[in-house]
Ligand binder design. Sequence first.
Ligand SMILES: [Zn+2]
Length: 239
Amino acid sequence: MKANISHLRELQAIDLKISTLDKEIAASSAEIDNRRVSLDGHKDTLVQLTAKIAANEQRRRELEAELEDEQARIKDRQTKLMNVQTNREYQSILKETEDGKKANKQREEAVVQLMEQIEALTAQIEEETKICDEDEKMLAEDIAAVEKKTGQFTAEKSKILKARESKASAVTVSLLKKYTAIRDKRNGLAIVAVTSGVCRGCFMNIPPQLYNDLMKEDKLIFCPTCHRIMFHQAETEEE
Ligand SMILES: [Zn+2]
């Protein structure tokens, strides 16, 4: 049983290494996905800001055309004023001219407002572009790092798997089955040390009789709480 426990411990170490590497790569990939989502958000904002500026520019051009037309009508009326026959007609043209001037003043104010908005939007675009550039740079760095890590892992993995295979074949099929079943159920940890009467898998005390049995190292003993395979470890061995 002592040899079996030793094989299982080595197998556990290998499996933990594999799962750590797998988790690292998965975490990095998730980070990349998050960065991509954030970058897409900023790019969407850029598209929206650009569309807003275009709409403002369009409105500004319309207003400027209206301003010009109105200005031309005001000029026409001034020419007409010289040839009017009645006071009533004179007053009417005068009023139209005043109304036209008032309308143009409002248009001019609206144009100024639009230009201010365009300026603010342009500043926002600059800011968003900066963020996008930085995000893109970081994304490229992250992708390169993950590719490197994955490459290293893949190169290492065949070696690790070969070592795993030899460890796995050193124990009986039924023991390997037990180990795998516990590992699947217990968060990747199937065999745990017991130090000072405490299971290091669940940190619960184990009964004294069980502890005595464990010291004998002549049969497989499971933790009564977390049901993992246990082995005795002197405190000095603790990591
Ligand atoms: Zn336990």
